[in-house]
Design a protein around this ligand. Structure first.
Ligand SMILES: [Zn+2]
Length: 111
């Protein structure tokens, strides 16, 4: 299977244009962990139910909440390309729940 690539400028994960066409300024992109679960970026505040903790190893991924494609930040920063790492189901299950929680809390999006 051929790997799909998102467009990205200058090794910057915030400039991704997802394979589906979504961008940060369109439907937004969400920082996620290696399972595609959106992570809590709220600093010292407790992690809300349903969100993942910020990974200790800083191994972050970028989730497109529109189509469920997930990109690995480290690969983008290192290579300047954005291959799709994996896909998750954004319509059901823990990822869908976490996306809703993420947007509910969305006062200080880091991306
Ligand atoms: Zn997408």
């Amino acid at each position: 299977m051929d790997t799909e690539f998102a467009q990205v400028n200058g090794h910057d994960v915030t400039t991704i244009t997802c394979v589906c066409g979504n961008t940060v300024s369109d439907e937004g992109l969400i920082q996620a962990n290696s399972q595609g679960i959106p992570v809590h970026a709220g600093g010292d505040t407790p992690v809300p139910d349903g969100l993942a903790e910020w990974p200790d190893d800083e191994d972050l991924y970028t989730l497109c909440p529109s189509c469920g494609r997930v990109y690995r930040d480290g690969v983008i920063e290192e290579t300047g390309t954005a291959p799709v790492a994996f896909r998750v189901d954004v319509t059901a299950g823990p990822v869908a729940a976490a996306i809703r929680i993420h947007w509910d809390l969305d006062t200080e999006t880091e991306l």
